[in-house]
Ligand binder design. Structure first.
Ligand SMILES: Cc1cc2nc3c(=O)[nH]c(=O)nc-3n(C[C@H](O)[C@H](O)[C@H](O)COP(=O)(O)O)c2cc1C
Length: 334
C-alpha cells in the first residue's frame, strides 16, 4: 500500500496520527522576560486538531541566546507554567507537541543579549557584531542550559524535543567550517564540529531517557562554497544516529545569503539525500503545500513526514483541507 499523508508514523516512542507536522514558527509575541502569553495558547490550540504533531516555535535555553527580543524562553522555572498552558491546549485537541530548543549564538538578538557568544569570533554581519569565542567553561555552561531546558520541557508537558541546529544559530555555527575556526576538540574535522551537538544530545538524553523523542533540525546546506552540505551532515549525524528519533531538513541561515530560487519542495533533494543513509524518519519542509505533492513525496519515499509552515499561519484550518481523503477531494463532496 502506498503511504499517504494520513498514515501514522512513530517518532521514537511516540506514534503520531498522520505525517503532517506544523513547522516551528515564531509568533514574536513573548514578553520582555520571554514568557509565553495567552496569544500563544490560542494560536496553537486553533491549529492543533488536524496535524499529527506541532513543533513549537524556537524557545531560548538561555537569556543570552534569544533569537529575538520578543521570542519565548525556557531558561527559568517560571517559564514552565505558561508553556504548560500551551501543551494542555494542544493536548485537548488530541495532538502531541514538541518544543524547539534554541540558542542564537552569534545571531542572538543584540537588543536582549549581554554578551554575544559563538564557536569563533566571526561576525554574522555588522548588525549583530563580533561574538566572543566560547571557552570550554562557556561551552559546558551552554550544554547545561540545554540540560535544564530539557528537564523543564518535560515539566511543561511537551511530548518531545527538537534541537534547533539549523538557520545559522549556535549549534549550526559549531557544525559549519565557515563559522567555526576552533583548533580544539570542537573545531577542525567533521567529527569535532559535531561534538557540541553530540554533547547536547547526550546531556538531554541523560535527563529525558532513551524513550522520549528527541529530533534535530538542520540546515542541510550553507549555500556557499566551503560550507556544509548534505554529505557532511550525514557524516556528522551518523555519530549520533542511535540517540536521535528524526531529522528535520531545512537549509540556509548561516550567512547573509539566500538560495537563488525558492520553488515548491526546493529543500526536498537535501532531505532525500540524507534519508538514504538513515533508518530514522526524515522530515521534509519548504513550500510543500499541495496534497498531491505531499503524497508523491511519501509514496516515493523521498521523505517520511511533511512539515508545513506559512500556510498554517495564514489559515488555521489549512491542515484540515490538506488531509481531506483523496476520494472526497475528487468527488467534490464536503
Ligand atoms: C513567521 C515565521 C517564523 C518562523 N520561525 C521559525 C522558528 O522559530 N524556528 C525554525 O526552525 N524555523 C522557523 N521558521 C521556518 C519554518 O519552520 C519553515 O521551515 C519555513 O516557513 C518553510 O516552510 P513553508 O514553506 O511551509 O512556510 C519560521 C518561518 C516563518 C514564516
Amino acid at each position: 500500500m502506498a503511504i499517504t499523508i494520513n498514515d501514522p508514523i512513530s517518532l521514537g516512542g511516540l506514534t503520531i496520527k498522520n505525517r503532517l507536522i506544523m513547522a516551528p514558527m515564531q509568533q514574536y509575541k513573548g514578553t520582555p522576560e520571554a514568557f509565553a502569553i495567552s496569544h500563544h495558547t490560542e494560536h496553537y490550540r486553533r491549529r492543533a486538531r488536524h496535524v499529527g504533531l506541532i513543533i513549537l516555535e524556537s524557545t531560548a535555553v538561555s537569556p543570552n541566546g534569544r533569537l529575538w527580543e520578543n521570542d519565548i524562553g525556557i531558561y527559568t522555572d517560571s517559564h514552565v507554567e505558561p508553556l504548560k498552558r500551551i501543551t494542555d491546549a494542544v493536548h485537548e485537541q488530541g495532538t502531541p507537541v514538541f518544543i524547539q530548543l534554541s540558542h542564537g549564538g552569534r545571531k542572538s538578538s543584540p537588543l536582549v543579549t549581554s554578551s554575544l557568544v559563538a564557536p569563533s569570533a566571526i561576525a554574522f554581519d555588522d548588525h549583530y557584531g563580533t561574538p566572543q569565542e566560547l571557552t570550554q567553561k562557556g561551552i559546558t555552561n551552554v550544554i547545561d542550559e540545554y540540560r535544564l531546558a530539557a528537564i523543564r520541557s518535560i515539566q511543561a508537558g511537551f511530548d518531545g524535543i527538537e534541537l534547533h541546529a539549523a538557520h545559522g544559530f549556535l549549534i549550526h555555527q559549531f557544525a559549519s567550517p565557515l563559522s567555526n575556526a576552533r583548533e580544539d576538540a570542537y573545531g577542525g574535522s567533521s567529527e569535532n564540529r559535531a561534538r557540541f551537538l553530540q554533547e547536547i544530545v547526550a546531556a538531554v538524553r541523560e535527563e529525558v531517557g532513551r524513550d522520549y523523542p528527541v529530533i534535530v533540525r538542520i540546515s542541510a546546506t550553507d549555500y556557499s562554497e566551503g560550507g556544509l552540505h548534505p554529505e557532511e551532515w550525514v557524516r556528522m549525524l551518523k555519530l549520533l544516529e542511535s540517540e536521535l528519533d528524526a531529522i528535520h531538513v531545512s537549509s540556509g541561515g548561516l550567512l547573509p545569503v539566500k538560495p537563488s530560487d525558492v520553488y515548491s519542495a526546493y529543500q526536498l533533494p537535501h532531505a532525500t539525500a540524507i534519508k538514504q543513509h538513515f533508518k530514522i524518519p526524515v522530515i521534509a519542509v519548504g513550500k510543500i503545500h499541495r496534497r498531491s505533492l505531499a503524497d508523491r513525496i511519501l509514496q516515493d519515499r523521498l521523505a517520511d513526514c511533511i512539515a508545513v509552515g506559512s500556510p498554517l499561519l495564514e489559515d488555521p484550518d489549512y491542515a484540515e483541507g490538506l488531509l481531506v481523503p483523496r476520494e472526497r477531494e475528487l468527488s467534490g463532496q464536503s
